[in-house]
Ligand binder design. Structure first.
Ligand code: A3P
Length: 293
């Protein structure tokens, strides 16, 4: 087995570490040439920042809050990942819009026309890097393609050096943050969403031009709550078990769903080092991650 599959399978592209199991360098150009329409919606994030929650909210908003329809297909089929090999760019190109697409690409690697025309709506989710580090450690152990077999200390040092999927996280966050005032970009945080789901749902809805009643917002909040999504087979990634992608003895995809859970896992030293990186890279840009609730 691959002792550190994650590290071995990364390649460099536009200043980021990119996972070969998702794409090859040839695909970076193909992704840039992919054309998005005004009706497409992209949900973008650094991995493990809460994109699944936002995808479910966006799916409901774009489908008249049809929960029955949402339960019929798994999230990856309803809301595919742009850079993933399944279904792949050719299939996505052929799809009649409006397309709902997830992506972990940094802003600079988004399809060129999203960047130059600024018409495709992009929702970017930020989450504090300590919880992201812990969440992605458990995820990397659980995911058979990543096949991570070392411990948190080792994972954390890779995370801090930026050498993890789509890293460094600080460049990723800055790449979208710089565009937070663009009319087609909405930046939200995982922490805000957990603290006040209704408020975040409202801001996503108004960004997508949807008017919601208080009752409708409450319905979406309930349907997309951690507990509901964890038991919903169309959102909880249990289909991975059937595909043999998840190692059953490791954590589930919807694992803990908290703000500040890193306290139970990171050492004082690791935590202090992340604070230092934040001061160096994020504070000057005006980004203040929220580490506790
Ligand atoms: P944890 O590992 O900390 O639990 P992504 O969807 O971008 O891959 O991020 C996954 C993280 O978001 C996981 O964090 C997961 O549990 C959490 N998450 C997924 N759905 C959620 C929901 N409905 N509410 C809160 N957290 C959720």
């Amino acid at each position: 087995p691959n002792m550190y599959g994650n590290e071995a399978r990364l390649f460099r592209g536009k200043g980021y570490w990119l996972p070969e199991y998702l794409f090859t360098s040839g695909n970076v150009t193909k992704l840039e040439q992919f054309v998005c329409t005004e009706d497409d919606v992209l949900v973008a994030s650094f991995p493990k920042s809460g994109s699944t929650w936002v995808q479910e909210v966006v799916y409901l908003l774009k489908n008249n809050l049809d929960e029955k329809k949402a339960r019929k297909q798994n999230m990856e089929d309803r809301f595919p990942q742009l850079e993933y090999t399944i279904p792949g760019l050719a299939a996505l190109e052929a799809e009649k819009g409006p397309r709902l697409l997830k992506t972990h690409l940094p802003y600079e690697m988004l399809p060129q026309n999203v960047q130059t025309e600024g018409k495709t709506k992009v929702i970017y989710i930020m989450r504090n890097p300590k919880d992201v580090c812990v969440s992605s450690y458990f995820y990397s152990r659980m995911h058979l393609f990543l096949n991570y077999q070392s411990d948190l200390a080792h994972y954390c040092s890779s995370f801090l050096s930026g050498r993890v999927n789509f890293g460094p996280w600080w460049d990723h966050m800055k790449s979208y943050w710089e565009h937070r005032y663009d009319p087609n970009i909405l930046v939200i945080t995982y922490e805000d969403m957990l603290q006040d789901p209704s408020k975040t749902i409202q801001s996503i809805a108004s960004f997508l031009g949807k008017d919601l009643s208080t009752k409708q917002v409450a319905r979406i909040a309930k349907y997309c709550s951690f507990d509901e999504m964890k038991k919903n087979p169309a959102s909880n990634y249990s289909w991975w078990d059937k595909l043999g992608i998840r190692l059953p003895e490791e954590a589930e995809f919807l694992r803990s769903g908290k703000v500040g859970e890193w306290i139970e896992h990171l050492s004082n030293e690791q935590s202090a080092y992340i604070d230092k990186l934040c001061q160096m890279y994020l504070t000057p840009a005006g980004i203040e991650p929220q580490f506790e609730m």
